[in-house]
Structures are given as structure tokens and as C-alpha cells.
Design a protein around this ligand. Structure first.
Ligand SMILES: NC(=O)c1ccc[n+]([C@@H]2O[C@H](COP(=O)([O-])OP(=O)(O)OC[C@H]3O[C@@H](n4cnc5c(N)ncnc54)[C@H](OP(=O)(O)O)[C@@H]3O)[C@@H](O)[C@H]2O)c1
Length: 369
């Protein structure tokens, strides 16, 4: 049976890799592609991969023939798919995940922000086994737990340390955009690369793991080589992990084929190339934003949505050279200090917290500029 896949965020780092995987595999058919504003690349993708639906959120002018935009494009891009890969960046991805939930379509989830800002809205859908993680750490844990008869006790997320790990701590506050975008082991979109440098990404992953693997203790260790893509500790004391050179095509492919066994071997990898594997504790002084965001995750309610919104604004301001790298943590902390958290009852609650926190974050950015 062919599986029809909708690729949301098709012009991004995850999206473009997913299109290559789908194109190379006869069991997968491309149903739709959707992006925010990169019309040039979207049109090239349409020509190369011939999806049934091509959609853009912000075309910035007239839409070419056959490209849809405007209200309801998420529904139109998702409807008719057997599986949706949500590779949109930011809290903008939550709505797509909720539509998949409502339409009962299996979701391959790269957009970790869906769980960070609105995990409680998706928890039943996760329990029903309809959410397949794409994030490499969560894919690893998911695969380690799959058909594992022994109960698990805890999970340990590995963190490369991002580009900030090799910059002298006294120079970190004023590190430049090029230095921060130069990730030592992964090649990813701009926002997640900056988030890796601040470790906001790892704090988000802890929140994401809490929703995906309910009830398990979650630890984080620094692992500069990014060869071990996280661990599971079982009740019998043994450790399980998946190892290999960093390659997002592996978790993307696993999710798109799930519950199949995977589509094909895509990398020639050998332990002889891995070198020494190191594991150390996180340096809290180097990564102050980690504890701030992890705390927001523990506190629940709309705290993580506020942290995410503040981070989205701060990262965009850093990338535009409006604030310094060190200011990102300040913006998040100050937004959280002023946030009045609410219980999440629906999408609207999340979006209001998101909007208010963005306004606050922008005020703080203007003050820091
Ligand atoms: N990259 C990785 O290796 C990696 C690994 C693990 C998890 N993730 C997660 O996967 C997600 C995507 O990451 P990425 O690195 O692929 O990001 P990216 O390269 O920045 O791409 C983001 C994609 O989302 C689209 N987009 C943004 N806002 C949108 C909106 N409002 N409506 C529709 N489309 C929108 C963008 O379109 P335009 O191109 O038009 O702006 C682009 O296609 C993130 O949540 C990230 O945390 C990524």
C-alpha cells in the first residue's frame, strides 16, 4: 500500500530531507507541500516532486496558478494524507498537529514546539499511538522502547553542547551570529541551531520527552560527538541506546515508514570512525537558559508557551544582530517573570499566552538594543 505523506515545512532543513526520502521510496507518495514564504523553493519542489497540493502561508504577493494560500490551507494540505510530517518551525506548528489529531491522521512530529506549548492538548493522541517522534533523541528512545518487554526506569537525552560549547565562556555573551550558527555536529535550521547553543533546545526536548514518555525520569548529559542519540535505562539495570553518525534522515525515514521496519540503509557508518565517546555533566554557567526553560516546563500551564514565544522573538532579534547572544536568556527570563500563567484548556489559551509573551519579549528586545 502506498502511503500518502503531507510535508509541512517542506522548504526547511527537515522538509527538504523528507522530500528526498519520499522521492527515493516507492512505498511513499508525496501528497502535499507547505511552507511559510519561500515561494521560489516551493515552486522548484512542486516541479521536481509533483505533489497533489502546494500551499504557502505568506506568498508576499500574487500566488501562481495551482498554489493555494489563505484561510484553511493547513486543512487543505493535510486532508487526504495518510501521514503528516510536521516540520514547521515554532509554535506556528501547533495548529497543524491539532488538525491531525482532529482528523485522526498519524503524525510524524519534528515540530517539538507542538508539545512544548500545547502538550496537554495532544496527550490523548500520543497515548493512542498516533504521534511518531522525529527529533533524533526522541526517535531513539521511541525505537529503544518499541517491543521492549522489560519496563523502563529513566531516559537520558544526549546534548552536543551546540556551537557555544567551544567558545570561551567570557566571550559567549557577545558571540557573533556566524559563530553561533556553526554547529559542530548537526546541520539544521537557524532557530534550532541557536537554540542548541543556548540549550533552550535541550530544555524543550525534556518537555517534549515528558509528553511522549510519560512517567519516566529524564536526565541530560553532554556528549560532544553526537554518536549516542540518547539512552534508555531499564528496570533490570541495563542501558539501551542507538549509535551512529548524526543524520536526520534516519529518524525521518523511521517515522515515515512506521510501523514498518524502515525503508533502506542510508549511511555507511563504522564504529572505527567514531573516535572517543565522552559524557559529561551540563555546565550550568555556560547554558543559563537551560534551567530557566526547564523550570517553565516543570511548572506547566502556559509557562512553556511563554518561554517558547520569548525565545522565538529573542532568537530572531539575535539573528538580525539586534541583541547579543547573552541577551537571549535575559529576554526569556524577564518574559517569564512577568507572565501570569493559565491552565491550558484549548488552542486559544496557548495562542493568547504566545501573543502576549511575544509583545513583552519585543519590548524587552527594544530596551536591550
Ligand atoms: N533541522 C533539524 O535537524 C531538526 C532536528 C530535530 C528537530 N527539528 C525540529 O523540526 C522543526 C523544523 O526545523 P528545521 O530545522 O527544518 O527548520 P527550518 O529549516 O527553519 O524550516 C522551517 C520550515 O517551516 C516553514 N514555516 C515556518 N513558519 C511557517 C508557517 N507559519 N506556516 C507554514 N510553514 C512555516 C518554513 O517555511 P519558509 O522556508 O517559507 O520559511 C520552513 O519550510 C523545528 O521544530 C525543529 O525544532 C529539526
Amino acid at each position: 500500500m502506498m502511503r500518502k505523506v503531507a510535508v509541512l515545512g517542506s522548504t526547511g532543513s527537515i522538509g527538504t530531507q523528507a522530500l528526498e526520502i519520499i522521492h527515493a521510496n516507492p512505498e511513499l507518495e508525496l501528497h502535499s507541500i507547505l511552507c511559510n514564504s519561500n515561494l521560489d523553493l516551493l515552486l522548484k519542489q512542486r516541479e521536481q516532486y509533483s505533489p497533489s497540493v502546494t500551499a504557502i502561508a505568506q506568498p508576499g504577493g500574487e500566488c501562481p496558478d495551482g498554489v493555494i494560500t489563505g484561510q484553511g490551507i493547513l486543512y487543505k494540505a493535510i486532508e487526504g494524507a495518510d501521514m503528516v510530517l510536521n516540520a514547521i518551525v515554532g509554535s506556528a506548528g501547533l495548529q497543524a498537529s491539532l488538525i491531525c489529531r482532529d482528523m485522526s491522521i498519524t503524525l510524524a512530529l519534528a515540530n517539538k514546539e507542538s508539545l512544548v506549548v500545547g502538550g496537554s492538548l495532544l496527550s490523548d493522541y500520543i497515548s493512542a499511538g498516533r504521534v511518531i517522534p522525529v527529533d533524533s533523541e526522541h526517535s531513539t528512545i521511541f525505537r529503544c522502547l518499541h517491543r521492549e518487554p522489560r519496563p523502563a526506569r529513566s531516559i537520558t537525552l544526549t546534548a552536543s553542547g551546540g556551537s557555544a560549547r567551544d567558545i570561551p565562556i567570557e566571550k559567549l555573551q557577545t558571540a557573533g551570529v556566524d559563530d553561533i550558527l556553526n554547529h559542530p555536529t548537526w546541520n539544521m535550521g537557524a532557530r534550532i541551531t541557536v537554540d542548541s547553543a543556548t540549550m533552550v533546545n535541550k530544555a524543550f526536548e525534556v518537555i517534549e520527552a515528558r509528553w511522549l514518555f510519560d512517567g519516566l525520569q529524564i536526565d541530560v548529559v553532554l556528549h560532544p560527538q553526537s554518536i549516542v542519540h540518547s539512552f534508555v535505562r531499564l528496570e533490570d539495570g541495563s542501558w539501551k541506546a542507538l549509535l551512529g553518525k548524526p543524520d536526520m534522515k534516519i529518524p525521518i525515514q523511521y517515522a515515515l515508514a512506521y510501523p514498518g521496519r524502515g525503508l533502506e540503509l542510508i549511511s555507511d557508518d563504522s564504529p572505527l570512525d567514531w573516535g572517543t565517546l565522552e559524557f559529561t555533566e551540563l555546565d550550568r554557567l555556560r547554558y543559563p537558559a537551560f534551567d530557566i526553560v526547564a523550570r517553565a516546563g516543570k511548572d506547566g500551564k502556559t509557562w512553556p508557551a511563554a518561554a517558547n514565544a520569548a525565545d522565538e522573538v529573542a532568537v530572531a532579534a539575535f539573528l538580525a544582530s539586534r541583541i547579543s547572544f547573552g541577551d537571549i536568556a535575559t529576554v526569556i527570563e524577564e518574559v517569564l517573570t512577568g507572565h501570569e500563567a493559565l491552565e491550558i484548556v484549548d488552542f486559544q489559551t496557548v495562542m493568547e499566552a504566545d501573543r502576549d509573551s511575544r509583545i513583552q519579549a519585543e519590548r524587552i528586545v527594544i530596551r536591550l538594543c
